[in-house]
Ligand binder design. Structure first.
Ligand code: NCD
Length: 325
């Protein structure tokens, strides 16, 4: 019998044909259902690997620059953990006030500096479009970890992955988004991603925090059924996902307007009595007062499982972009 020899270098070579290799991740508009399946499949493998063995040396020797111009707990630490669990290392720049940014260094120059030392750059920045600007200057891949009120693609990926994992499907669901739909970048990205599926969307916000018209037009153009409401009690009984968000205080120009709307919705056990038995409550976190702590004990509260999924999704993205998945 002829013996077939596996090419020795096959395992060491980058997978340059996965559609993600060396690509920037700036917006969820870059994704279609095939790409989502790919990333979700890798993320499931990553979860399995972490649960069984904790880490793997897929990205040994690779360096991630984690550049955060805005506060972050989950996004920043899960990117760091993701890189480290794959054997890579991280240059964390969380406190931009200790970096040359305080001396007036521009974003392009900061990015051009970091790419000399790192293989990939994760950026969170307060301005819409900043991730694209960084990507235009960098020859290394840039991942958008939130650009102002614009997008937060990696969050939307982990949100959608959570829906898939918790409910087992996305098509046919009714998804409500509640809270600050105007400034909430996670809502903007998730709305766009959900538009790739056969879903009904329900938007619940005070008048002043309604979903930007541009996004409403995108939903309309896809022909998806959607409705807008001000009262969450009106919709809670027939949704499969209740995606709750924080009122984004830092985005308000007028503090008194923030004060008026800050506690517009509070999800309580009382309210959830009316909800389906098989539905989930999600939140990108951090929460302020939007979900009462008693809800945490409800099995439908999926937000802690949701944040755990963040690391697996980010491991999958890092591995795919660096050609190791
Ligand atoms: C969100 C963000 O930064 O946009 N947080 C996160 O990344 N999990 C939501 C928020 O800050 O309210």
């Amino acid at each position: 019998m002829a013996m077939v020899r596996a090419p020795i270098f096959a395992q060491l070579m980058a997978n340059t044909n996965n559609g993600f290799y060396q690509q920037d991740i700036i917006s969820v508009r870059q994704f279609d259902r095939v790409k989502l399946d790919y990333i979700f499949g890798v993320a499931e493998e990553m979860r399995h690997m972490v649960q069984q063995i904790g880490s793997a040396d897929l990205l040994r020797g690779r360096v991630l620059a984690n550049l955060f111009y805005e506060p972050s707990t989950r996004t920043s630490s899960s990117f760091m953990a993701a890189m480290q669990r794959l054997g890579g290392s991280v240059i964390p720049i969380n406190e931009v006030r200790y970096s040359s940014v305080t001396k007036g260094e521009s974003l392009p120059d900061t990015v051009r500096t970091l790419e000399c030392y790192a293989d990939i750059i994760v950026l969170r920045h307060p301005e819409v479009g900043s991730a694209q600007i960084a990507a235009d200057y960098a020859s290394k891949p840039v991942i958008n970890a939130g650009d102002g009120t614009g997008e937060h693609p990696t969050q939307a990926l982990l949100d959608l992955f959570t829906i898939q994992e918790e409910i087992g499907r996305i098509d046919g669901l009714k998804v409500a988004m509640v809270g600050d739909l105007k400034y909430g970048r996670t809502v903007h990205s998730l709305t766009r991603l959900l538009s790739l599926f056969d879903v009904a969307l329900v938007f619940v916000s005070p008048e002043v925090l309604r979903l930007p018209r541009e996004l409403v037009d995108e939903v309309k153009a896809k022909g998806l059924p959607f409705s807008e409401h001000e009262d969450v009690a009106e919709v809670v009984a027939d949704v499969d996902v209740l995606y709750v968000t924080r009122v984004q205080r830092e985005r308000f120009e007028d503090e008194s307007l923030y004060e008026k709307v800050k506690d517009c919705y509070v999800i309580t056990p009382e309210l959830l009595k009316r909800a389906k038995e098989r539905m989930i409550v999600m939140h990108p976190l951090p929460r302020v007062n939007e979900i009462s702590y008693e809800v945490d004990r409800d099995p439908r509260a999926a937000y802690f499982r949701q944040m755990a999924n963040g690391m697996y999704i980010r491991m999958a993205l890092l591995a795919a972009v660096l050609g190791r998945a």
